[in-house]
Design a protein around this ligand. Structure first.
Ligand code: ADP
Ligand code: MG
Length: 301
């Protein structure tokens, strides 16, 4: 990690540096820094579920911006939107009007994933498998289907991933069948944790679920990555939560912490990741750095 892009990037001295001048300065630094070009690619496709049954902790934001960062540095990335809300699809500018062929059709009708993976505008190497409102019923429809827990795994298995580096699955805020499908299909779980008071509440349940899936359905599953999100350096609470998470999860926690940044929350309404919407913003720089940590860790595996 370079000093210019260290963790807690926006919160030096407890001040939010998300101002136009600070952004311009950071963008200039990014340009000057000898970008060593592309990041390493993993030796085989990494399938990661981005999960936390709490809503609003940054799952979708993390999925979209990590995916965009990896793709912008030479990795080939597919985002699978597994949340009926379809926020990842929206943020990546994917068509999610009713009737569009989507992840629902892969899960329920056995449609080929490749047929519903659409290239994301302005970001080469990035594809999105959208979710539409159809997916809202899938949680119930899946119950009566054969191999209901492994429908997504089957869909991914039929997909030639030899040229794909990452598949990031954006999970819904529940531990229902959709999330179980994600965990059965993945080898890694990425858990975003919001740096606020109730952050750790419910985490035990998530960990137990991962353990259950590992024992009964997918022995290859592991929590590989924890990312602290929406960090507000002005509060002691945020740093206390961060400390507690690091104490508990140790090395799994990325050094980079994603600060609260208005630009991050604005980007989706423009159908963009913050990486293209405002690449010099504190949020974009932090997500870029977090993605680089993941790429380096993945290459070392
Ligand atoms: P989840 O997918 O877990 O429900 P989201 O990624 O949708 O969570 O984030 C919840 C809300 O918080 C969204 O409105 C999003 O724009 C906002 N948000 C996420 N990360 C940040 C951040 N670093 N700074 C500011 N707002 C954020
Ligand atoms: Mg979401």
């Amino acid at each position: 990690m370079t000093p210019a892009h260290g963790s807690g990037v926006s919160v030096e001295g407890g001040v939010d540096l998300d101002t136009p001048i600070a952004r311009a300065a950071r963008a200039a630094m990014t340009v000057r820094e000898p970008e060593s070009g592309d990041w390493p690619r993993p030796s085989r496709c990494r399938v990661m579920s981005v999960a936390n049954q709490k809503g609003g902790v940054g799952k979708t934001t993390t999925t979209v911006n990590i995916a965009a960062s990896l793709a912008m540095h030479g990795n080939r990335v597919v985002v699978v939107d597994l949340d009926p809300q379809g926020n990842a699809s929206t943020a990546l500018g994917a068509d999610r009007t009713e009737g569009v062929r989507s992840i629902y059709h892969c899960l329920v009708e056995g449609e080929d994933l490749i047929k519903v993976a659409h290239p994301v505008a302005d970001i080469p190497n990035l594809w999105c498998v959208p979710a539409t409102i159809d997916l809202a019923g899938a949680e119930i429809e899946l119950v009566s289907l054969v191999a209901r827990e492994s429908r997504l795994k089957r869909a991914l298995g039929a997909y030639d991933t030899s040229e794909i580096d990452y598949i990031l699955i954006d999970c819904p805020p529940s531990l229902g069948l959709l999330t179980v499908n994600a965990m059965v299909a993945a080898e890694e779980v990425l858990i975003p944790i919001q740096c606020e008071y109730y952050a750790l509440e419910g985490l035990g349940q998530l960990l137990r679920n991962v353990e259950l899936v590992r024992t009964h359905l997918n022995p290859g599953l592991a929590i590989s990555t924890i990312l602290l999100t929406m960090y507000d350096g002005r509060t002691r609470l945020a740093s206390q939560v961060a400390d507690e998470v690091r104490e508990h999860f140790g090395e799994l926690v990325l050094d980079t912490v994603v600060p609260r940044s208005v630009r991050v929350s604005e980007a989706p309404s423009y159908g963009q990741s913050v990486m293209t919407y405002d690449p010099g913003s504190t949020g974009a720089v932090a997500y870029m750095e977090a993605a680089r940590e993941m790429a380096v860790a993945g290459a070392a595996q």
